[in-house]
Design a protein around this ligand. Structure first.
Ligand code: HPA
Ligand code: ZN
Length: 325
């Protein structure tokens, strides 16, 4: 049988989680107080959202409260503490710099500050973290190039991938705009992870693979609507970073039991389980594993296989991967 205590003992990685949505309530209140910024809602309703659009606005509000290097290091350190509490051994975490208003034009400063927090965490025995830098779907090709240029020039050891996220229903089918940048990233050996098939349908997943050369798809569950696409994802072994709790919380799936994750798994698709935005969406990874297993009648072996896929699909170096597997 499966409970959270057992899940915590299973070696696993988390590969689809946004630091922007992982600033906990206490920290948000502390920072809002420090800078005299009114809470957007009474404290107990801070994390009530009625869908992705409003949620992304909340990320702008929350991340804009992180203004100094100490603020950012604190957010990073507390994140590592919570990852440890779920028994996570390694995390690929996403930040989308457009949410972090105080650091506009200073991506180097933000990455260095977060890196300092994670280095301290690692020294304290907390799990290590790789950073994926994300574009918002609405951004321009020039902005995408600028981010990649910085990544190539700085070659920061903390930074592991180029990412794209945001609301595809608002931005439209715009992957072609980013194709040159993502192709260039691929040619320079930079990993790519792409949000698709959450607020877009299967065509978004198709574009993520064909145009953005995605190594991993964040969400991707709406591929289920196109059987040929599911077969291709399974054949090519492209992993999906599935977040059932997030999809329910933001209204993309009716319930955990109605999530296509089981059908995808049965079709041979490689899947991991993830929280997406842990504190903001109230998702905790040990509980995600246990609750999803209960919803589908999975046994320990099923979760062990999923945890293994999470480590295989992480963008950590091979030495770390071998040590975790
Ligand atoms: N979808 C798109 N963008 C995001 C999400 C999401 O679920 N979470 C944070 N940024
Ligand atoms: Zn996400």
């Amino acid at each position: 049988n499966i409970d959270e205590a057992w899940v915590r003992t299973v070696p696993k990685a988390e590969v689809h989680v946004h630091l922007d949505g992982c600033i906990d309530r206490e920290e948000l209140m502390r920072l809002a107080g420090k800078y005299g910024v009114p809470l957007r809602r009474p404290a107990e309703q801070l994390f009530d959202f009625d869908g992705l659009t409003e949620f992304l606005q909340f990320l702008d509000w929350g991340a804009s409260l992180v203004r100094t290097a100490d603020d950012a290091a604190s957010v990073a350190y507390r994140f590592a503490q919570r990852q440890a509490a779920s028994g996570i051994r390694y995390t690929d975490v996403i930040i989308n710099p457009t949410h972090w208003e105080a650091w506009r034009g200073n991506i180097a400063g933000l990455v260095d500050a977060l890196d300092a927090g994670w280095r301290e965490a690692e020294q304290d025995g907390l799990p290590s973290t790789g950073l994926c830098l994300s574009l918002l779907r609405q951004q321009s090709a020039a902005e995408a190039d600028e981010l990649l240029d910085w990544m190539l020039e700085r070659d920061h050891p903390r930074v592991v991938a180029l990412s794209i996220d945001g609301d595809e229903a608002v931005a439209g089918r715009v992957s072609a705009r980013f194709a040159d940048t993502f192709r260039r990233a691929a040619s320079r050996g930079i990993y790519r992870t792409v949000h698709a098939g959450e607020s877009s349908g299967p065509e978004g997943v198709r574009d993520a693979i064909d145009l953005l050369m995605a190594d991993r798809i964040d969400h991707g569950f709406r591929a289920i609507e196109e059987p040929a696409l599911v077969a291709e994802i399974a054949d090519r072994g492209i992993p999906l970073g599935i977040c059932p709790g997030s999809n329910v919380a933001l209204g993309f799936t009716e319930s955990r039991a109605a999530h296509p994750v089981e059908e995808l798994r049965q079709a041979g698709v490689r899947i991991s389980l993830n929280t997406d935005d842990g504190t903001a969406l109230g998702s905790i990874l040990d509980q995600e594993y246990a609750a999803t297993a209960r919803a589908f009648g999975w046994q320990r072996d099923d979760l062990l296989a999923i945890a293994r896929t999470s480590i295989e699909s992480a963008f950590c170096d091979d030495d770390r991967r071998s040590a975790l597997l």
